[in-house]
Design a protein around this ligand. Structure first.
Ligand code: ZN
Length: 80
C-alpha cells in the first residue's frame, strides 16, 4: 500500500498518510496543527531496505580433497 510522507509548512510536522484512493488527498491536513499547507516529501525508508550487502558477498571455502586442496566459491542465491 502506498504510504506518503508529508511535511507541514506551518509547523514542520512530518506525518505519513496511507492513500487508498487519490480522492483522499483533498482532505489531508497536518495532524498537529490542522493546516492544509503541506507538501509531500520523498520517503527515505524504501531506499534502505535490501541494500545491506554484508551477507551477500561470495564466500570462498578451502577444504582438502583427494588431489590436495579444493576451493569452492559459494555464490549467494545460487542453489545447486
Ligand atoms: Zn502543522
Amino acid at each position: 500500500m502506498p504510504i506518503y510522507e508529508f511535511k507541514c509548512l506551518e509547523c514542520e510536522n512530518i506525518f505519513e498518510f496511507l492513500l487508498i484512493n487519490p480522492g483522499e488527498t483533498l482532505e489531508m491536513k497536518c495532524t498537529k496543527c490542522s493546516s492544509e499547507k503541506i507538501e509531500r516529501v520523498l520517503s527515505t525508508t524504501n531506499y534502505s531496505v535490501g541494500t545491506s550487502g554484508a551477507n551477500m558477498s561470495p564466500k570462498a571455502q578451502t577444504r582438502s580433497c583427494s588431489s590436495g586442496s579444493c576451493t569452492t566459491i559459494d555464490l549467494p542465491g545460487y542453489s545447486r
